[in-house]
Ligand binder design. Sequence first.
Ligand SMILES: Nc1ncnc2c1ncn2[C@@H]1O[C@H](COP(=O)(O)OP(=O)(O)O)[C@@H](O)[C@H]1O
Ligand SMILES: [Mg+2]
Length: 356
Amino acid sequence: MNWDDTTDEATAERLVGASAEREEQAVEAALRPKDLGEFIGQEKVREQLDLVLRAARARGATADHVLLSGAPGLGKTTLSMIIAAEMEAPIRITSGPAIQHAGDLAAILSSLQEGEVLFLDEIHRMSRPAEEMLYMAMEDFRVDVIVGKGPGATAIPLELPPFTLVGATTRAGLLPPPLRDRFGFTAHMEFYEPPELERVIHRSAHLLDVEIDTGGAAEIAGRSRGTPRIANRLLRRVRDYAQVKADGVITRDIAEAALAVYEVDSRGLDRLDRGVLEALLKLFGGGPVGLSTLAVAVGEERETVEEVAEPFLVREGLLARTPRGRVATPAAWTHLGLAPPPGPAGGNGQQDLFGA
Ligand SMILES: Nc1ncnc2c1ncn2[C@@H]1O[C@H](COP(=O)(O)OP(=O)(O)O)[C@@H](O)[C@H]1O
Ligand SMILES: [Mg+2]
């Protein structure tokens, strides 16, 4: 370890918002596995993707289009870069929201090199016209560029070099079927098991030159919500604590004390998760309540609640999505140390959802 020469500068940096964000991105990039062999967990996806890429390489062909779906922080961007690295191809990175006009997409597509990987993050947030242009580009490696306006407009076909589209989405269900069908390979990324997260943490600790024992890694893994990005983030915060309050070595006790300071509870719920649950229990008696109403109550975007907090809460059995709205499970009341409201039906008709 060599804390001493960098500590103060690094700590000061972290206190400043914008540079903290930049630091986060820089550290995240530094921690990205570079090839499939380094990528931890997701065995099925790795095995399947390995076959797809090997076969393409053996044929000397460009790899099929790949769709990666899964919650934020599970490794979609990382995998897209690994695909390019494994194919020894350059990669171009853009995102659905960045492509508002079909022309934006045409400009990107027409400047691709042969074999290049085009990473389209948040592909479900692309505009309709761009999406339609993408269909043709994916299937026929061709786009029609519209020149002129009104009745005089003409479509000029433009040949594209073969390329590999890697699309990433947190919501595969939102993709129109014609788009989904044009991917030769779809990988659904699952949340990680604690032992896999422990490996992620040990690997990152090694890269960051942080000393951590198995108890420390297990404690952080257990509170990482099945997500490598969160595991890495918690590791860095625990490292700060260990550095300031102890000798820099992360043990189970140090991890526990540090995570208490950062308000990450024993099941890994953070402020947002607890905020959502608390609103659901205290303001809406456990639900059912609509997603938008719940989001307003916690002062967050609907998407944040739905994509960041809910998948984890649902998986933990603390919240259920029902046709009538979001409902807290009995375990939610227990976890927050609250008593469910009295009443013949156990409060708000929850009985018919979780009945005897
Ligand atoms: N399977 C993995 N093994 C090791 N580290 C991982 C893995 N998946 C993700 N990470 C780490 O988690 C962070 C977030 O991954 P990223 O690919 O940006 O997620 P996504 O694009 O799905 O939001 C990265 O810093 C990466 O190092
Ligand atoms: Mg990403």
